[in-house]
Design a protein around this ligand. Structure first.
Ligand code: PLP
Length: 388
């Protein structure tokens, strides 16, 4: 019997599948493919972190933890945030350990939005933001950034999009897919808009540790922002722990108590084994993070130089592990370029449009892959562009 799609809710039927997945699916059955499409480290989780998880199993730590996560892990998260980002959170009432930053974003939307409330979503951006606003009953209001501003949103652009239904600004710096990062002054201007209009800032800081040239500032550390910031981060990127599905959120206790109710009913708690691993990562993993950062910086410098030499203009991204070169000189759309490159040269890049309409004319190339693979990918891309 055919499955009826109308069993699905209308708003779910209306959701578009992620444009990133589509490109991975297209590689099924192909051999010799080099992927610059992935949004995850090519490193394996550091050994001592893996070992801590194994040890936790050997010690029989196989039951649920507290809903908000192991108290000792929350303490370590709060200490880490205070040390590195200069913001103090109470581990008992202002931190939740989540199933990746992904769950934290979902919780944030569901906790603060009433039906029809608007969230300013700065695009191009990570694929989940707008869908999660919609799923929470809210309305994403897209604020496009442009190449002219290095894909950094300005206070004026945000302010122009505010209505009496606006509840929050969703922001990610360093950004996926552009790698651009707001300076402290630019953040302060965004913060003053949030304060003036009494908005929450949902700050996705998952790439905070992968910043290459400048010091990092957290939104929550800016004057007047701690009380209105939902700080989201996790272990996927800096500790190469994507598969462990572990993240966290810090926010004032009133917001956290709302988010915790949802987390408690939907999730109960994050994986116990993964929590023990993350605890070890926070305690001893900084050396590994520093080494991975050094390696990403080297690869970033290489790929940016190569892309520009090929004729695909690409500014140097300040953070994360993505470049966002402009492909307009080829006369192709982002989708045509990415499809053609895959078919002709077996290199996966993601069309900029997967991250919002403003990504047209660009593709995302991740450099979280080995130098040898990057070199080969650049040779193939050069050949592809030369044949156009
Ligand atoms: N936020 C951004 C900006 C991301 O790029 C990603 C993953 O690519 C996530 C959140 C999801 O992270 P997690 O694996 O912690 O759910």
């Amino acid at each position: 019997m055919a499955v009826k799609t109308n069993y699905l809710a209308k708003h779910v039927r209306a959701l578009k599948p992620s444009g990133i997945r589509k490109f991975f699916d297209a590689t099924a059955g192909m051999t010799g493919v080099i992927s610059l499409g992935v949004g995850e480290p090519d490193f394996v989780t550091p050994w001592n972190v893996r070992e801590a998880a194994i040890l936790s199993l050997e010690n029989g730590h196989t039951s649920y933890t507290a809903n908000a996560g192991l108290p000792v892990l929350r303490e370590e998260i709060a200490a880490y945030i205070e040390n590195y980002f200069c913001v103090a959170y109470h581990p008992e009432s202002e931190v939740i350990v989540t199933v990746g930053a992904s769950e934290a974003i979902d919780l944030a939307m569901r906790a603060i939005l009433d039906p029809g409330d608007e969230v300013l979503v700065v695009e191009p951006c990570f694929v989940s933001y707008a869908p999660l606003v919609t799923l929470a009953g809210g309305k994403p209001v897209i604020v496009q950034t442009s190449r002219e501003n290095q894909f950094k949103v300005t206070a004026e652009e945000l302010e122009a999009a505010i209505t009496d239904r606006t509840r929050a600004i969703m922001i990610c710096s360093p950004n996926n897919p552009t790698g651009s990062m707001l300076s402290k002054e630019e953040m302060e201007r965004v913060a003053s808009v949030a304060i003036k209009h009494d908005l929450v800032v949902i700050s996705d800081e998952i790439y905070a540790e992968l910043v290459y040239d400048e010091l990092y500032t957290s939104f929550a550390a800016l004057e007047g922002m701690r009380e209105r910031t939902i700080l989201i981060s996790g272990f996927s990127k800096d500790l190469a722990m994507t598969g462990w599905r572990l993240g966290f959120v810090c926010a004032p206790k009133e917001i956290i108590s709302g988010m915790l109710k949802i987390h408690q009913y939907a999730i109960m708690c994050a994986s116990t084994m993964a929590q023990y691993a993350a605890l070890e990562g926070l305690k001893t993993g900084r050396k590994d993070v520093n080494e991975m950062r050094r390696s990403y910086r080297e690869r970033r410098n290489f790929i940016v130089r190569s892309l520009n030499e090929i004729g695909l203009t690409c500014p140097k991204p300040e953070g994360a592990f993505y470049t966002f070169p402009c492909i307009e000189s080829t006369g192709m759309s982002s989708e045509e370029f990415a499809t053609g490159l895959l078919q002709a040269e077996k290199v996966v890049v993601v069309p900029g449009t997967a991250f919002g309409e403003g990504g047209e004319g660009f593709v995302r190339c991740s450099y979280a892959t080995s130098m040898a693979q990057l070199q080969e990918a650049m040779n193939r891309m050069k050949h592809y562009v030369a044949t156009l």
